[in-house]
Write a protein that binds this ligand. Structure first.
Ligand SMILES: *Cc1c(COP(=O)(O)O)cnc(C)c1O
Length: 394
């Protein structure tokens, strides 16, 4: 821990860690939060210092005390050896994949991955001679059959973007490691607070800080954490691009971090409340939320996660596109938009069938993804209730 006090004798729990990690007040005249260090050039007192590699900071692209505060806090929370910050979640996915692949390599990516991750694989990695195959999110130990001598990376994302499948990450990691491949997790839904990625066998873990770390829809950031085996390679790839996050953004993210446990707990409670309410509605065919006993991945979720965040999906009974638009367009409290994890509730119609290649997505009706914010759930239900009436009417 980088606090100025002696190392804590208490093994800090996550809720305490988010308030303690990455702080060193007496390095900054006692101010609780690290100041925003803006800078490119860092001066060296003498030529000997220039050659001595003794300074903790050498140039702006390599980091500042502000960005390092967030990096060290995140490493501690994620149980990682190192963390790097980049300007978006997608940049973090790209950096992780570039760390674990090379020309001629083969990567296995889950079919339910965040769609822009697929676009990076197919449109960019392929150009540099990396072959990418997609696999069934429910494959489990069956991943063995897809491993080749060239497989250097296996990307997991659990639950899957939009479709919410839970993967058997420890089983997949064990097989990937037996073949010498790097396991990359996109851990944005759970964050390290609800799924400790490195403890579960992942070498590199990606988090779109844009979502729950920010929590206020006012920040774009990506974080990649690495275990000891991959920390050096991650840092080397990061330095090759010099695409760090700004100190201003790091300070904003640190502010978000301090309330992250609190927000996640409330968003878990509220989302589960709304999900259960929706599950009882006659207009709804299925609710895809891993904390519901009806979810096919519920047992795995219970085994590997310590909680749920506020994002889940719903499959409606067969309704027309116009009826769904009438439902969604008329909602007062749910914004229609990309991203999630903020204090405001969001809803987004989606159709995975347009991009999946390894598995079929054939739901019984239109699908919607919800991100539940920090509003009173009674108000959200009232809004949804009126909306569902429009669905029937439309
Ligand atoms: C949003 C998201 C990203 C990308 O984050 P941005 O900061 O928006 O680029 C990556 N992975 C998942 C699972 C996401 O939901």
């Amino acid at each position: 821990m980088s606090t100025d006090k002696k190392k804590s004798r208490i093994k800090l729990r996550p809720a305490t860690l988010v308030t303690q990690a990455g702080r060193a007040p007496f390095d900054h005249f006692g101010f609780i939060n690290p100041p925003i260090y803006r800078g490119s050039t860092v001066l060296f007192p003498t030529v000997a210092d220039l050659e001595g590699l003794r300074q903790p900071y050498t140039y702006g692209t390599k980091g500042t005390p502000t960005t390092r505060a967030l990096e060290s806090a995140w490493s501690e929370i994620a149980g990682a050896a190192d963390t790097v910050l980049v300007p978006s979640g997608l940049a973090a996915v790209a950096l992780a994949l570039l760390t674990a692949t090379r020309a001629g390599a083969h990567a296995l990516v889950v079919d339910s991955a965040y769609q822009p991750t697929r676009m990076f694989c197919d449109g960019f990695l392929a150009r540099f001679g990396v072959k990418v195959d997609y696999y069934d999110p429910l494959i489990g130990t069956g991943i063995e059959a897809l491993m080749t001598p060239q497989t250097t990376a296996v990307l997991v994302e659990s639950p899957g973007s939009q479709s919410m499948e839970i993967q058997d990450v420890p089983a997949i990691a064990e097989i990937a490691h037996a073949h010498g491949a790097c396991v990359i997790a996109d851990n944005t839904w759970a964050t390290p607070l609800l799924f400790p990625p490195h403890e579960r066998g992942c070498d590199l873990s990606v988090d779109a800080g844009t979502k729950y770390l920010s929590g206020h829809a006012d920040l774009l950031m990506g974080l990649v954490s690495a275990n000891a085996a991959w920390a050096k390679r991650l840092r080397t790839t990061f330095n090759a691009f010099a695409i760090g996050s700004s100190p201003d953004d790091a300070a904003l993210a640190l502010r978000g971090l301090r309330t992250m446990t609190l927000r996640l707990r409330e968003q878990e409670r509220a989302a589960l409340d709304i999900a259960q309410w929706l599950e009882r509605r006659p207009e709804v065919a299925r609710v895809l939320h891993p904390a519901l006993a009806t979810h096919p991945g519920h047992a795995l979720w219970k085994r590997d996660f310590s909680g749920a965040s506020g994002v889940f999906s719903v499959i409606l009974k067969p309704f027309s596109k116009q009826a769904v638009a009438a439902f969604v367009d008329g909602l007062e409290l749910f914004g229609i938009g990309y991203s999630w994890g903020g204090y405001e509730s969001l809803v987004l119609p989606f159709d995975c069938e347009t991009y999946r290649t390894a598995t079929r997505w054939a739901p019984e009706g239109p699908a919607l993804r919800f991100s539940i914010g920090l509003e009173d759930t009674a108000d959200l239900k009232e809004d949804l209730e009126t909306g569902l009436a429009r669905l029937i009417g439309g």
